[in-house]
Design a binder for this molecule. Sequence first.
Ligand code: ZN
Length: 304
Amino acid sequence: MKFGTYVFEPKKAEGFDFHLFRVKPEVGRRLPPVSDMYSNVAIFGDNVTARNHPDWISQSPLGPAWRTNDNFNVRWDILCHTQPEHRAEQLDYIEDVARHSPGVWLNSIHFADHGHCTCPRCQELWKKSGLSWLEWRRKEVTDYMKEVSERVRDRAKKKFVIGVLPDPVSSYERFGIDFDDLAPLTDEFLVVMFSKNYATPWYWEMLTRGFKKLLKDVPLNIALYVFGPGDNPSEVPAPSELVTLSVRAGRAGADGILYLTDKASQIWDFQKAVVDRVELRERLKTYGCQEVLDFFKSWEKIVE
Ligand SMILES: [Zn+2]
């Protein structure tokens, strides 16, 4: 297994195998990539572009994909998947980011949710395709990922990781995602499993197991939520929950675990809290994933 940080600033915390820097998160702001951290880019979830081009927002019978539309689980504004200028600009941007960092990990690669996008352009493209609505959406997502993969892997010669939402069952109907289509295009998968608490690790362990089965031979990374931008310290996951879940995800087959914080210093706070949970780590020795416990133990020398 490999362990990484997943942070909003270009700063590396000690004691990890790799680092993922959010150069363009879904809020749409962009920061320059750095040479020793992977770059994380959200493509269609993009508040800045949506504000500058409100007519590019994804449309549906239940309304547009503004983050205020409660019919969908949209946490940010999501653009139409076939908007040609955005697609072209993002291709060039992602290739440039790849050239200036060790590789690119993507989020928000897909349609906003079920029923999207019904803008006049998408309707016309669908009708022209001769495919069913769901198959047309699948083809749009797969074909665009082929183009991005080609830019990152073949042209920039960098590592390429596709990120997906934690829905192993309905991603085709909701987002246009077919995991078998994407598998040959990516070096690894990232499944974002963010939550403000992990009080019932059973569910997350089940999701890990489900994705491990679904994604076959492609390495599976999961990302866990530690401390997000602007969070109240009393409303973030307890370190003990994160320790327990890490062990249980490890035994369920996760090949990598990333820990999300806003700042690198919050990673250090997390490490300190994990090291302090001596009894819990001792108790988890019978859970069947010593590798994660050994990794946590390696932090003892960092937080001393
Ligand atoms: Zn559209």
